[in-house]
Design a binder for this molecule. Structure first.
Ligand code: AFP
Length: 375
């Protein structure tokens, strides 16, 4: 289709809104502000070293301290990249002024961000990971921004009380919209407003997102899985069993060969899975008992979960739908499995079985020789 005939994101949103004659337009304006932040981040990411944006963000030390500056650390205890901080700021600046939000929360901020007093308050909450996969920036691998839109409680919108952390703690089923931008060879925005998943590619000449991937569907079956195999000794038995069976390939119980991928940038893995199927696992494991999983529920698992479910895939903790989990804290971590429906359901089934199969139950001579992850 010629570029000129493709809808822009703005057109798409207006056409969606026409289905709800009572809608105020606030929601559309919010999504366009989020898209603006993503375009600004895409520009910064693209300049890389030339823009002076690679490397770690340095903490501000008192002038009296003569030591070399140290990298700053976020609430998760992770070293912040310069672009983590820049991207967080871009999200805040693009979204604080419009009057559509009652507050924001981000991976990079310990506490929610209250809308400054000089700007009007709105009826939505925005939760985001401004730059997912940021440890990949310095090696020029795809990164992205993830966002989730929730409704603010009526009392907060009407100014009867202040916004609290608890107001954000809504299960993923309550999301009004979710999406991500991926900064790869092209910049794309994948969006769901609850009626399927639609993909927009940034036209660098116009500076506009154009609808290029309407109604994306995740294939139900796949022969590709993604997991950080260096954690295999910490996996729970159902995960071990699943991966071992995939690795056993044609000669194992699955009777087919599987391919494995790991980018360490969840947005990039989610995008690959949306485009051609696959399953992603960052399961709960025993690596650090204080962390029930690596990924964050509110701004990683929930928005990606909504995207997957809206595209006909499935998102799970391994034990049940991730979108139904009641969050306990803003930066809560969780085990996450998502992608092609039949594989995610299989992994859930393995978790349901009271006793994991003993190795001997599915061991074949070939499998025993070739499994990477034998005990
Ligand atoms: P960073 O944003 O700190 O790079 O973390 C990325 C991430 O949250 C997710 O995008 C990856 O899937 C996962 O962490 C990678 O974790 P490992 O480094 O343990 O493989």
């Amino acid at each position: 289709m010629p570029l000129s005939q493709r809808s822009t994101l703005t057109q798409f949103l207006i056409e969606e809104r026409r289905r709800y004659p009572g809608a105020s337009g606030d929601f559309n304006a919010l999504i366009l502000d989020v898209a603006l932040a993503c375009k600004a981040i895409a520009r910064s990411v693209a300049f890389g070293e030339l823009g002076g944006v690679t490397g770690n963000h340095l903490a501000h030390l008192p002038a009296t301290q003569a030591t070399a500056a140290v990298a700053s650390v976020n609430v998760q205890g992770e070293v912040q990249k310069k672009l983590d901080v820049i991207s967080n700021d871009m999200f805040l600046r693009a979204n604080e002024w419009g009057g559509h939000l009652a507050g924001m929360a981000s991976e990079e901020m310990a506490e929610p961000y209250a809308i400054p007093a000089n700007f009007p308050r709105g009826k939505y909450l925005l939760v985001f990971d401004p730059l997912d996969g940021s440890s990949n920036i310095d090696v020029n691998v795809s990164v992205g921004s993830i966002f989730s839109v929730l409704r603010a409680p009526a009392e907060v919108v009407q100014g009867q009380r202040k916004l609290t952390v608890e107001d954000f703690l809504q299960p993923g089923t309550e999301q009004v919209a979710a999406g991500y931008a991926i900064y790869g060879p092209t910049t794309m925005l994948m969006l769901t407003v609850g009626s399927g998943v639609h993909g927009f590619t940034l036209d660098p000449n116009l500076g506009e997102f154009k609808l290029t991937h309407p109604d994306v569907m995740v294939p139900a079956d796949t022969q590709e899985f993604a997991i950080n195999a260096s954690n295999s000794r910490f996996w729970e038995p159902p995960v071990k069993r699943y991966v071992d069976e995939c690795l056993a390939g044609k000669t194992g119980p699955r009777g087919q060969d599987f391919n494995m991928r790991w980018i360490a940038s969840m947005v990039a893995e989610a995008h690959r899975i949306l485009m051609r199927g696959g399953v992603f696992l960052y399961p709960r494991d025993t690596k650090d008992p204080s962390k029930p999983g690596r990924l964050r529920l509110m701004y990683e698992a929930n928005p990606i979960g909504m995207i997957m479910e809206q595209a006909g895939g499935r998102a799970s903790t391994g034990r049940g739908p991730v979108l139904q989990v009641q969050p306990q804290s803003l930066h809560q971590r969780i085990g996450l499995v998502f992608g092609s429906k039949s594989e995610v359901e299989r992994i859930e089934r393995y978790h349901d079985e009271p006793l994991p199969l003993k190795k001997a139950d599915f061991e074949t001579p070939l499998f025993a020789e070739r499994s990477l992850f034998r005990d």
